[in-house]
Ligand binder design. Structure first.
Ligand SMILES: [Mg+2]
Length: 352
């Protein structure tokens, strides 16, 4: 172990750590009047609405350091948080980043984690405007709060959908879940036989979607250019079925979606087959897609169908018609909220 790997926070102290992690941060947002370096940050959002969301990530509950590289973990922590700001059709501006750091963690490991956080913030053009650090007795804890802005006419809530609205989704679904299935399988085989060489060959896209997801930042601009204003929106963190039911509950509607219209990546389909499971399980229940699920009023579907990377997957219906999935053979089945639930299955991260 090198000298640097042996160094922990105690060697440089909390203030030394903060200095080490944050000294190269340059502010990108004009609204960040005062960032790190005083008792509190000062933000000026110039009359726009402020949109705030927070995530708490715990080692052993939301992430497993045996197969999650720290830089990826840092990156993902920011991205999943920003995804909630995009889901309000708002623009992220600042992040507040806090840690509880295990005494076993080396400075080098903390550097890597923070490098991932800084990289994501740079890529999405948001400022790290503050935070806190503290030693932890129980493993790594990450707390991230994003602040965004939007005008009151642009912000989209979960509650605005009406029967007859079209349901749309960005990107493809189920890939992050299948990436997790692959990592878990390879990790299990490695635990059984330390000589085993884990192989992720042929599934680079799936692993990337699990370890280094991206938030859907383009949609806002695409919709503005097309003159489309969504009636409701949510980001897909828990899985399509759960998140769609959240939208329906908030809007007081039911839904009917079509299995044949659900966007599935080739690698998702291939690995599902290899694992003898239906890709629909990954698509409906998998979660961690961080795509955006939204609805638009009847009449706008023609315009939207011409936008690449967006799929129309069904319609909102009156609440009494329930939540239904139309299968390829023409039969329908009831959609269940089969996604992850933070209090019953603490095996991986989903935000709410
Ligand atoms: Mg969300």
């Amino acid at each position: 172990m090198s000298e640097e790997e042996k160094n922990t926070i105690e060697t440089i102290g909390e203030f030394g750590l903060i200095e080490r992690l944050t000294s190269d941060i340059t502010l990108l947002q004009p609204g960040t009047v005062k960032g790190i370096g005083d008792d509190a940050a000062i933000l000026n959002h110039e009359g726009e609405m402020t949109v705030v969301t927070s995530d708490l990530l715990l080692e052993g509950i939301h992430f497993d350091l045996t197969y999650t590289p720290l830089k990826h973990l840092g990156y993902k922590s920011v991205v999943v948080n920003l995804s909630d700001i995009f889901a309000m059709n708002a623009q992220p501006r600042q992040e507040i980043v806090s840690f509880g750091i295990s005494s076993k963690m080396s400075l080098k490991a903390i550097d890597e984690l923070y490098a991932g956080i800084k990289l994501a913030c740079r890529e999405y053009g948001v400022d790290i405007a503050g935070g806190d650090t503290c030693a932890s007795l129980t493993g790594l804890t990450i707390s991230i709060t994003a602040l965004g802005t939007g005008s009151s006419k642009d912000i989209v809530y979960r509650s605005g959908a009406r029967p007859g609205d079209w349901i749309a989704v960005t990107g493809n679904l189920g890939a992050a879940y299948m990436g997790l299935m692959l990592l878990l399988r390879e990790n299990r085989l490695f635990q059984q036989d330390q000589g085993y060489q884990p192989s992720l060959d042929g599934y680079g896209y799936l692993v990337g979607r699990q370890l280094k997801p991206e938030a859907c930042r383009q949609l806002r601009q695409v919709l503005t250019e097309g003159g489309i204003h969504p009636t409701s929106m949510i980001d897909l963190s828990d899985g399509l079925s759960s998140d769609l039911i959240h939208l329906c509950e908030a809007s007081g509607t039911g839904c009917l979606i079509e299995a044949d219209k659900l966007p599935i990546h080739e690698e998702t389909a291939r690995l599902s087959e290899e694992m003898y499971m239906s890709p629909l399980v990954a698509v409906l229940n998998g979660g961690e897609d961080y795509e955006l699920l939204f609805t638009i009023g009847d009449g706008q579907q023609e315009t939207l169908s011409r936008v690449p990377g967006i799929s129309l997957i069904g319609r909102m219906v009156p609440a009494e018609e329930g939540y239904e999935l139309l299968l390829s053979d023409g039969s329908t089945t009831s959609l269940e909220a089969g996604g992850w639930n933070a209090f019953t299955k603490p095996d991986q991260h989903r935000d709410r």
